[in-house]
Design a protein around this ligand. Structure first.
Ligand code: SF4
Ligand code: SF4
Length: 329
């Protein structure tokens, strides 16, 4: 919808997003993603493995105007979750309550603010929750570039952040897309990946990625998969940990809901193997671990258990070394 907007509306909208706690905010015009072709090639190669929902939603992902008819612009936001936490068997993003609710609440509040400013506006929030290539949208909104590890990297924040978008049926003045690539000749992420999951820079074969193997994949691990997983109980941050942009610019999360839980920073991996549904739900039902469900976590615990002793800094460092030789403990 093209409607008159107060002078400086876009600037104030982004300022409102930052005031709501987001670390980055930009505006993009919806349309065909620049990476639509690469996405199609990736699917055609089967690199998505068993994530069939990506195939089902492919037609919608080929144009961000399709998921919600009438939407024309997006406020794209990023929320830092803290890349300065120590490494561990649970990926950093999963060490606290599920982030979707936190992001949605902030985006809903921003939609209410937009309505207060412009009147009757339609909007829809997306947080990894719909058929939208959010990283593409974030690059368009000027928030960063696609690193060789496939993640969006911001030159002031690194890559340890969640992305979200508020779609609006109001035509907004977009920001300049992020046009430069700051990876240069660096290949640290490609070299450090414990499973050689990158078939080329910016092309990830998810079937080899520890995050896929410990979260998305159903069923028992094969011996080859178990060897690739090493001591990762849930997810993997290695290709972010080694990135010099994170080494320099990652910072602790300021969002109170993202304070890491001790039992997920230093988990008793063996205890997962004995956990019943009720205990799993009580302790982890509100965290991202619930995506893999209790059976998935138990499978992972069995897979990694030969690598693990009960939490103890010395044994952990020693046991991690064979599978993660690129990390200096
Ligand atoms: S998350 Fe881990 S396994 Fe997956 S690509 Fe990155 S380093 Fe490799
Ligand atoms: S590790 Fe190097 S190549 Fe990989 S994303 Fe970071 S800067 Fe780019």
């Amino acid at each position: 919808m093209s409607r008159p907007r107060p002078t400086g509306f876009e600037h104030r909208l982004k300022a409102q997003a930052l005031a709501a706690g987001f670390d980055l905010a930009g505006i993009a015009t919806l349309g065909a993603p620049d990476t639509a072709r690469q996405f199609d090639d990736w699917l055609a190669a089967g690199h998505h493995g068993e994530m069939s929902y990506l195939e089902r939603g492919a037609e919608l992902r080929r144009d961000s105007r399709r998921p919600v008819p009438g939407m024309v612009s997006a406020l794209v936001v990023a929320l830092n979750y803290g890349g300065t936490q120590p490494p561990g068997p649970v990926a950093r993003y999963a060490r606290f309550a599920d982030y979707h609710r936190v992001m949605w609440d902030k985006l809903d509040a921003l939609l209410a603010w937009v309505r207060g400013e412009l009147g009757d506006v339609n909007g829809r929030s997306f947080v990894d929750s719909g058929p939208v290539l959010e990283r593409d949208l974030a690059q368009r909104a000027g928030l960063g570039w696609f690193g060789k590890n496939t993640l969006l990297i911001n030159p002031q924040l690194g890559s340890f952040f969640f992305l979200g978008a508020l779609f609006l049926d109001v035509a907004l003045m977009p920001d300049e897309p992020f046009a430069t690539d700051h990876c240069g000749t660096c290949t640290r992420c490609l070299d450090a990946c414990p499973t050689q999951a990158f078939v080329a820079p910016r092309v990830l074969d998810a079937r080899r990625c520890v995050s896929y193997l410990t979260i998305e994949l159903k069923g028992a691990h094969t011996p080859e998969q178990a060897a690739m997983i090493g001591d990762h109980l849930f997810g993997c941050d290695v290709c972010q940990e080694v990135c010099p942009w994170n080494a320099k610019f990652s910072r602790a999360a300021t969002e109170p809901a993202f304070a890491p839980r001790a039992e997920l920073v230093e988990p008793d991996v063996a205890a997962f193997a004995a956990m019943d549904d009720a205990e799993f739900k009580r302790r982890f039902g509100d965290t991202p671990l619930s995506r893999a469900k209790r059976v998935g976590l138990q499978r992972n615990a069995v897979t990694v258990s030969p690598m693990w002793a009960p939490p103890n800094a010395d044994t952990r460092a020693r046991r991690r070394a064979p599978s993660m030789p690129y990390l200096a403990f």
